[in-house]
Design a protein around this ligand. Sequence first.
Ligand SMILES: [Mg+2]
Length: 181
Amino acid sequence: MLLKKLFNFFADKYFHRVFQNFIKQHAGKSIFIFDIDNTIAHTYPSLLNQYNSEAERHLSLQVFPSMQQLTSAIERSPSRCVLFLTARSYKMYRPTLQWLQQNGFPAAKQNVVVVPDAKTKLRYIESVLPLQPKLWLIDDMSYHHEHGEVKFYDNEIRLLLKMPLRYIGYQTIRRFQNKIK
Ligand SMILES: [Mg+2]
């Protein structure tokens, strides 16, 4: 238990540093922060299936091709860049990076950040706002799809809408993803 707390403490420090460094190093560019689950990956159906491990489930997630194309196009633009910010278990960091790279997303150690929950995403974003970065956040901020009813992280969405960034949420993401139901 103590060891887990210690591990989580250092993992949070590490990923917060990765996040802040990326923002600092790309000052002047528009930075597009992409969520993974149910934004670029068709995640929720996988929660109803059986897998040998969580890593196997993550590695087998279906991609929304339009989202893969969008991230690649942004990355090719000299004035824009992409960062992936996902709320997943820290243990899924390696499978997450592997999945992104295998599916053609512009992902490396420098631009993949794992946090334990949606609240921490906001904490990281808030911490870089004094740098006045040009931020976009593309994040469905939803959950519970696999139970037939979509729920939202209402508190986080309310706070995001007050922040100096452009927030692209569930409705717009769904319209863009519509190739795969
Ligand atoms: Mg999501």
